[in-house]
Design a protein around this ligand. Structure first.
Ligand code: OGA
Ligand code: NI
Length: 350
Protein backbone atom coordinates (compact mmCIF):
# COMPACT_ATOMS: atom_id res chain seq x y z
CA UNK A 1 0.00 0.00 0.00
CA UNK A 2 1.23 3.51 -0.83
CA UNK A 3 0.71 5.85 2.10
CA UNK A 4 -0.12 9.37 0.95
CA UNK A 5 2.52 11.93 1.99
CA UNK A 6 -0.16 14.37 2.86
CA UNK A 7 -2.35 13.73 5.88
CA UNK A 8 -5.41 14.37 3.73
CA UNK A 9 -6.73 11.10 2.30
CA UNK A 10 -8.82 12.65 -0.49
CA UNK A 11 -7.07 14.24 -3.48
CA UNK A 12 -9.75 16.96 -3.51
CA UNK A 13 -8.46 18.23 -0.18
CA UNK A 14 -4.86 18.84 -1.20
CA UNK A 15 -4.81 19.05 -5.03
CA UNK A 16 -5.05 22.83 -5.23
CA UNK A 17 -2.28 23.36 -2.68
CA UNK A 18 0.46 21.39 -4.44
CA UNK A 19 2.50 22.40 -7.48
CA UNK A 20 3.87 18.88 -7.94
CA UNK A 21 2.24 15.50 -7.78
CA UNK A 22 3.28 13.80 -4.49
CA UNK A 23 5.69 10.91 -5.13
CA UNK A 24 3.06 8.33 -4.12
CA UNK A 25 1.13 9.30 -7.28
CA UNK A 26 4.08 9.23 -9.71
CA UNK A 27 4.14 6.34 -12.19
CA UNK A 28 7.41 4.82 -13.42
CA UNK A 29 8.40 6.22 -16.82
CA UNK A 30 7.31 3.05 -18.64
CA UNK A 31 3.80 3.37 -17.22
CA UNK A 32 2.87 6.99 -17.89
CA UNK A 33 -0.03 8.24 -20.01
CA UNK A 34 2.19 9.61 -22.85
CA UNK A 35 -0.56 12.07 -23.67
CA UNK A 36 1.06 13.34 -26.87
CA UNK A 37 0.73 9.86 -28.40
CA UNK A 38 -3.00 9.56 -27.73
CA UNK A 39 -5.16 9.34 -30.83
CA UNK A 40 -7.71 12.13 -31.01
CA UNK A 41 -9.81 11.07 -33.98
CA UNK A 42 -13.48 11.57 -33.26
CA UNK A 43 -14.96 8.92 -35.50
CA UNK A 44 -13.42 5.86 -33.79
CA UNK A 45 -16.22 5.47 -31.29
CA UNK A 46 -19.49 4.21 -32.83
CA UNK A 47 -22.53 6.34 -31.96
CA UNK A 48 -25.79 4.39 -31.99
CA UNK A 49 -29.17 6.15 -32.08
CA UNK A 50 -31.61 4.08 -30.00
CA UNK A 51 -34.67 5.90 -31.37
CA UNK A 52 -37.09 3.25 -32.60
CA UNK A 53 -35.39 0.32 -30.83
CA UNK A 54 -38.86 -0.99 -30.02
CA UNK A 55 -40.26 -0.12 -33.41
CA UNK A 56 -39.23 -0.07 -37.02
CA UNK A 57 -35.51 0.38 -36.39
CA UNK A 58 -34.94 -2.66 -34.17
CA UNK A 59 -33.23 -4.88 -36.72
CA UNK A 60 -30.90 -2.14 -37.89
CA UNK A 61 -30.04 -1.01 -34.33
CA UNK A 62 -29.30 -4.59 -33.30
CA UNK A 63 -27.04 -4.94 -36.31
CA UNK A 64 -25.18 -1.80 -35.20
CA UNK A 65 -24.89 -3.15 -31.66
CA UNK A 66 -23.48 -6.43 -33.00
CA UNK A 67 -20.94 -4.56 -35.07
CA UNK A 68 -19.91 -2.24 -32.24
CA UNK A 69 -19.65 -5.01 -29.64
CA UNK A 70 -17.79 -7.45 -31.85
CA UNK A 71 -15.28 -5.03 -33.34
CA UNK A 72 -14.91 -2.44 -30.56
CA UNK A 73 -16.39 -3.66 -27.28
CA UNK A 74 -17.85 -0.22 -26.68
CA UNK A 75 -20.20 2.34 -28.23
CA UNK A 76 -21.98 5.58 -27.48
CA UNK A 77 -25.76 5.88 -27.40
CA UNK A 78 -28.16 8.76 -27.97
CA UNK A 79 -31.95 8.90 -27.64
CA UNK A 80 -31.48 6.38 -24.84
CA UNK A 81 -34.60 7.27 -22.88
CA UNK A 82 -32.94 8.81 -19.81
CA UNK A 83 -34.23 12.37 -19.83
CA UNK A 84 -31.92 15.35 -20.20
CA UNK A 85 -33.34 16.78 -16.97
CA UNK A 86 -32.53 13.61 -15.03
CA UNK A 87 -29.00 13.55 -16.44
CA UNK A 88 -28.34 17.21 -15.70
CA UNK A 89 -29.71 16.97 -12.17
CA UNK A 90 -27.48 13.94 -11.56
CA UNK A 91 -24.35 15.75 -12.75
CA UNK A 92 -25.21 18.86 -10.74
CA UNK A 93 -25.90 17.14 -7.44
CA UNK A 94 -22.84 14.89 -7.85
CA UNK A 95 -20.67 17.98 -8.34
CA UNK A 96 -22.30 19.55 -5.28
CA UNK A 97 -21.46 16.44 -3.29
CA UNK A 98 -17.75 16.79 -4.03
CA UNK A 99 -17.80 20.55 -3.41
CA UNK A 100 -19.01 20.01 0.15
CA UNK A 101 -16.57 20.52 3.04
CA UNK A 102 -14.06 17.78 3.74
CA UNK A 103 -15.87 16.81 6.95
CA UNK A 104 -19.11 16.11 5.06
CA UNK A 105 -17.40 13.90 2.45
CA UNK A 106 -15.22 12.14 5.04
CA UNK A 107 -18.33 10.98 6.94
CA UNK A 108 -18.56 8.26 4.31
CA UNK A 109 -14.84 7.52 3.97
CA UNK A 110 -13.86 3.86 4.05
CA UNK A 111 -11.17 1.67 2.54
CA UNK A 112 -13.33 -1.44 3.03
CA UNK A 113 -14.40 -2.57 -0.45
CA UNK A 114 -17.23 -4.68 0.98
CA UNK A 115 -19.10 -1.58 2.21
CA UNK A 116 -22.10 -0.87 -0.01
CA UNK A 117 -21.87 2.92 0.31
CA UNK A 118 -18.53 4.63 0.74
CA UNK A 119 -16.26 7.47 -0.24
CA UNK A 120 -12.71 6.59 -1.09
CA UNK A 121 -9.78 7.59 -3.24
CA UNK A 122 -7.49 6.10 -5.90
CA UNK A 123 -8.95 2.63 -6.67
CA UNK A 124 -8.34 0.25 -3.79
CA UNK A 125 -6.04 1.96 -1.29
CA UNK A 126 -5.47 -1.33 0.50
CA UNK A 127 -3.79 -2.72 -2.62
CA UNK A 128 -2.71 0.23 -4.81
CA UNK A 129 1.09 0.55 -4.93
CA UNK A 130 0.81 3.88 -6.70
CA UNK A 131 -2.16 6.09 -5.99
CA UNK A 132 -4.53 7.53 -8.60
CA UNK A 133 -5.67 11.15 -8.89
CA UNK A 134 -9.29 10.36 -8.22
CA UNK A 135 -11.78 10.47 -5.37
CA UNK A 136 -15.03 8.60 -5.55
CA UNK A 137 -18.34 7.83 -3.98
CA UNK A 138 -19.49 4.33 -4.71
CA UNK A 139 -22.91 2.95 -3.86
CA UNK A 140 -25.22 0.06 -4.58
CA UNK A 141 -28.50 1.05 -6.18
CA UNK A 142 -30.50 -2.09 -6.93
CA UNK A 143 -32.76 -2.99 -5.27
CA UNK A 144 -32.90 0.68 -4.25
CA UNK A 145 -34.85 0.14 -1.03
CA UNK A 146 -32.07 -2.09 0.31
CA UNK A 147 -29.50 0.68 0.08
CA UNK A 148 -31.08 4.15 -0.07
CA UNK A 149 -31.01 4.60 3.71
CA UNK A 150 -27.24 4.47 3.73
CA UNK A 151 -26.70 6.92 0.84
CA UNK A 152 -25.41 10.41 1.68
CA UNK A 153 -27.97 12.71 3.35
CA UNK A 154 -26.29 15.75 1.83
CA UNK A 155 -26.84 17.49 -0.52
CA UNK A 156 -30.46 17.13 0.58
CA UNK A 157 -31.68 16.27 -2.90
CA UNK A 158 -28.96 13.65 -3.42
CA UNK A 159 -31.05 10.57 -2.61
CA UNK A 160 -34.06 11.56 -4.65
CA UNK A 161 -32.05 12.52 -7.72
CA UNK A 162 -29.81 9.46 -7.54
CA UNK A 163 -32.82 7.15 -7.12
CA UNK A 164 -34.50 8.68 -10.16
CA UNK A 165 -31.32 8.46 -12.24
CA UNK A 166 -30.52 4.88 -11.15
CA UNK A 167 -34.06 3.70 -11.93
CA UNK A 168 -34.01 5.31 -15.34
CA UNK A 169 -30.57 3.92 -16.22
CA UNK A 170 -31.62 0.46 -15.06
CA UNK A 171 -34.57 0.51 -17.46
CA UNK A 172 -32.12 1.45 -20.21
CA UNK A 173 -29.73 -1.35 -19.22
CA UNK A 174 -32.53 -3.92 -19.35
CA UNK A 175 -33.35 -2.81 -22.90
CA UNK A 176 -29.68 -2.99 -23.83
CA UNK A 177 -29.34 -6.48 -22.37
CA UNK A 178 -32.25 -7.63 -24.52
CA UNK A 179 -30.79 -6.03 -27.60
CA UNK A 180 -27.34 -7.50 -26.89
CA UNK A 181 -28.88 -10.95 -26.35
CA UNK A 182 -30.62 -10.70 -29.71
CA UNK A 183 -27.47 -9.44 -31.38
CA UNK A 184 -25.76 -12.67 -30.26
CA UNK A 185 -28.61 -14.77 -31.63
CA UNK A 186 -29.83 -15.61 -28.12
CA UNK A 187 -33.32 -15.42 -26.67
CA UNK A 188 -34.17 -11.85 -25.76
CA UNK A 189 -34.12 -12.56 -22.01
CA UNK A 190 -31.05 -14.81 -22.06
CA UNK A 191 -28.50 -12.43 -20.53
CA UNK A 192 -30.94 -11.03 -18.00
CA UNK A 193 -31.75 -14.57 -16.86
CA UNK A 194 -28.07 -15.37 -16.45
CA UNK A 195 -27.53 -12.47 -14.06
CA UNK A 196 -29.49 -13.99 -11.18
CA UNK A 197 -31.41 -11.27 -9.36
CA UNK A 198 -29.09 -8.61 -10.84
CA UNK A 199 -26.96 -5.98 -9.13
CA UNK A 200 -26.41 -2.33 -9.96
CA UNK A 201 -23.74 -0.07 -8.52
CA UNK A 202 -22.82 3.51 -9.30
CA UNK A 203 -19.56 5.33 -8.90
CA UNK A 204 -19.23 9.08 -8.81
CA UNK A 205 -15.68 9.73 -9.95
CA UNK A 206 -14.23 13.11 -9.13
CA UNK A 207 -10.91 14.04 -10.73
CA UNK A 208 -9.52 17.34 -9.41
CA UNK A 209 -7.20 19.39 -11.64
CA UNK A 210 -3.70 17.95 -11.44
CA UNK A 211 -0.43 19.92 -11.61
CA UNK A 212 1.40 17.14 -13.53
CA UNK A 213 -1.06 15.01 -15.56
CA UNK A 214 1.78 13.34 -17.49
CA UNK A 215 2.98 11.59 -14.35
CA UNK A 216 -0.17 9.95 -13.05
CA UNK A 217 -3.64 8.60 -13.87
CA UNK A 218 -7.18 9.30 -12.81
CA UNK A 219 -7.66 5.57 -13.34
CA UNK A 220 -5.01 3.38 -15.01
CA UNK A 221 -5.92 1.01 -17.86
CA UNK A 222 -8.41 -1.64 -16.78
CA UNK A 223 -11.36 -3.72 -17.90
CA UNK A 224 -14.63 -3.46 -16.03
CA UNK A 225 -15.80 -6.37 -13.86
CA UNK A 226 -19.39 -5.83 -15.03
CA UNK A 227 -21.74 -7.33 -17.54
CA UNK A 228 -22.02 -3.83 -19.00
CA UNK A 229 -21.13 -0.31 -17.88
CA UNK A 230 -23.08 2.81 -18.84
CA UNK A 231 -20.93 5.89 -18.30
CA UNK A 232 -22.17 9.44 -17.95
CA UNK A 233 -19.45 12.05 -18.13
CA UNK A 234 -19.43 15.82 -17.89
CA UNK A 235 -18.01 17.97 -20.70
CA UNK A 236 -14.36 17.53 -19.72
CA UNK A 237 -12.31 14.95 -21.66
CA UNK A 238 -10.37 12.29 -19.85
CA UNK A 239 -11.73 8.90 -20.86
CA UNK A 240 -9.56 6.91 -23.28
CA UNK A 241 -10.06 3.48 -24.85
CA UNK A 242 -7.44 1.10 -26.18
CA UNK A 243 -8.09 0.33 -29.83
CA UNK A 244 -5.69 -1.14 -32.39
CA UNK A 245 -2.71 -0.79 -30.04
CA UNK A 246 -3.37 2.89 -29.41
CA UNK A 247 -5.10 4.93 -26.75
CA UNK A 248 -7.97 6.95 -28.21
CA UNK A 249 -9.73 9.86 -26.48
CA UNK A 250 -13.50 9.63 -26.08
CA UNK A 251 -14.80 13.17 -26.37
CA UNK A 252 -17.92 13.74 -24.29
CA UNK A 253 -21.08 14.42 -26.31
CA UNK A 254 -23.98 15.99 -24.38
CA UNK A 255 -26.87 13.58 -23.64
CA UNK A 256 -24.85 10.63 -24.78
CA UNK A 257 -23.70 7.67 -22.71
CA UNK A 258 -20.58 5.64 -23.30
CA UNK A 259 -21.36 1.92 -22.99
CA UNK A 260 -18.74 -0.76 -22.62
CA UNK A 261 -18.79 -4.52 -22.47
CA UNK A 262 -17.46 -5.89 -19.19
CA UNK A 263 -15.78 -9.16 -18.26
CA UNK A 264 -19.03 -11.04 -17.50
CA UNK A 265 -20.39 -10.30 -20.99
CA UNK A 266 -17.10 -11.52 -22.43
CA UNK A 267 -17.73 -14.84 -20.68
CA UNK A 268 -21.44 -15.16 -21.52
CA UNK A 269 -20.78 -14.35 -25.17
CA UNK A 270 -17.92 -16.88 -25.21
CA UNK A 271 -15.62 -14.04 -26.32
CA UNK A 272 -17.72 -12.99 -29.31
CA UNK A 273 -17.74 -9.70 -27.44
CA UNK A 274 -14.69 -8.66 -25.45
CA UNK A 275 -14.31 -6.26 -22.59
CA UNK A 276 -11.94 -3.46 -23.51
CA UNK A 277 -9.12 -1.68 -21.79
CA UNK A 278 -9.94 1.90 -20.88
CA UNK A 279 -8.49 4.51 -18.55
CA UNK A 280 -9.05 8.04 -17.28
CA UNK A 281 -6.41 10.75 -17.48
CA UNK A 282 -6.40 14.08 -15.68
CA UNK A 283 -5.59 17.64 -16.76
CA UNK A 284 -4.17 20.83 -15.27
CA UNK A 285 -7.18 23.06 -15.89
CA UNK A 286 -10.48 21.51 -14.99
CA UNK A 287 -12.04 19.17 -12.49
CA UNK A 288 -13.78 16.25 -14.17
CA UNK A 289 -16.80 14.22 -13.11
CA UNK A 290 -17.85 10.84 -14.46
CA UNK A 291 -20.68 8.64 -13.26
CA UNK A 292 -20.48 5.00 -14.36
CA UNK A 293 -23.38 2.64 -13.73
CA UNK A 294 -21.96 -0.84 -13.24
CA UNK A 295 -24.42 -3.60 -14.03
CA UNK A 296 -23.61 -7.02 -12.58
CA UNK A 297 -24.86 -10.49 -11.88
CA UNK A 298 -26.04 -10.91 -8.28
CA UNK A 299 -23.43 -12.62 -6.11
CA UNK A 300 -25.32 -15.92 -6.22
CA UNK A 301 -25.30 -16.10 -10.04
CA UNK A 302 -23.22 -18.64 -11.92
CA UNK A 303 -21.57 -17.18 -15.01
CA UNK A 304 -20.47 -19.18 -18.02
CA UNK A 305 -20.61 -19.14 -21.82
CA UNK A 306 -24.10 -19.41 -23.34
CA UNK A 307 -24.63 -23.00 -24.48
CA UNK A 308 -25.89 -21.72 -27.86
CA UNK A 309 -22.51 -20.07 -28.49
CA UNK A 310 -20.48 -23.17 -27.75
CA UNK A 311 -20.00 -25.21 -30.83
CA UNK A 312 -17.65 -28.17 -30.58
CA UNK A 313 -14.48 -27.72 -32.61
CA UNK A 314 -15.49 -24.41 -34.16
CA UNK A 315 -15.94 -22.45 -31.00
CA UNK A 316 -15.34 -24.47 -27.84
CA UNK A 317 -16.14 -22.96 -24.44
CA UNK A 318 -13.41 -20.43 -23.65
CA UNK A 319 -14.43 -20.27 -19.98
CA UNK A 320 -15.73 -22.70 -17.46
CA UNK A 321 -18.80 -21.79 -15.43
CA UNK A 322 -18.00 -20.12 -12.11
CA UNK A 323 -19.87 -18.52 -9.24
CA UNK A 324 -19.73 -14.76 -9.88
CA UNK A 325 -18.70 -14.21 -6.27
CA UNK A 326 -15.37 -15.98 -6.98
CA UNK A 327 -14.57 -13.44 -9.68
CA UNK A 328 -15.74 -10.57 -7.49
CA UNK A 329 -13.46 -11.55 -4.60
CA UNK A 330 -10.50 -11.75 -6.96
CA UNK A 331 -11.29 -8.35 -8.45
CA UNK A 332 -11.26 -6.54 -5.09
CA UNK A 333 -8.29 -8.46 -3.77
CA UNK A 334 -5.90 -6.45 -5.90
CA UNK A 335 -5.11 -3.13 -7.47
CA UNK A 336 -6.47 -2.16 -10.89
CA UNK A 337 -4.43 -3.98 -13.49
CA UNK A 338 -4.48 -4.37 -17.23
CA UNK A 339 -4.25 -8.15 -16.82
CA UNK A 340 -7.75 -9.56 -16.59
CA UNK A 341 -9.07 -11.46 -13.57
CA UNK A 342 -10.74 -13.74 -16.12
CA UNK A 343 -7.58 -15.71 -16.87
CA UNK A 344 -8.28 -17.79 -13.76
CA UNK A 345 -11.61 -18.94 -15.25
CA UNK A 346 -10.39 -20.18 -18.62
CA UNK A 347 -11.79 -23.56 -19.62
CA UNK A 348 -8.30 -25.07 -19.93
CA UNK A 349 -7.48 -24.36 -16.30
CA UNK A 350 -8.91 -27.06 -14.08
C1 OGA B 1 -14.49 3.34 -14.19
C2 OGA B 1 -14.02 4.07 -15.39
C3 OGA B 1 -13.78 6.12 -16.64
C4 OGA B 1 -13.95 7.58 -16.46
O1 OGA B 1 -14.92 4.02 -13.23
O2 OGA B 1 -14.44 2.10 -14.22
O3 OGA B 1 -13.51 3.44 -16.28
O4 OGA B 1 -13.97 8.28 -17.47
N1 OGA B 1 -14.16 5.41 -15.46
O5 OGA B 1 -14.05 8.05 -15.33
NI1 NI C 1 -13.87 1.33 -16.04
Amino acid sequence: MAAPLTSKPLVSDFASSVSHVPSTYVRPISDRPKLSQVETSDDTIPLIDLQGLHGPNRVEIIRQIYHACSTYGFFQIKNHGVSETTVNKMLTVAREFFHQPESERMKHYSTDSTKTTRVSTSFNVSADKILNWRDYLRLHCFPIQDFINEWPENPVSFKEITAEYATSVRALVLRLLEAISESLGLERDHISNRLGTHAQHMAFNYYPPCPEPELTYGLPGHKDPTAITVLLQDQVSGLQVFKDDKWVSVYPIPNTFFVNIGDQMQVISNEKYKSVLHRAVVNTEKERLSIPTFYFPSTDAVIGPAQELINGQGSPAVYKSFPFVEYWDKFWDRSLATASCLDAFKASIT
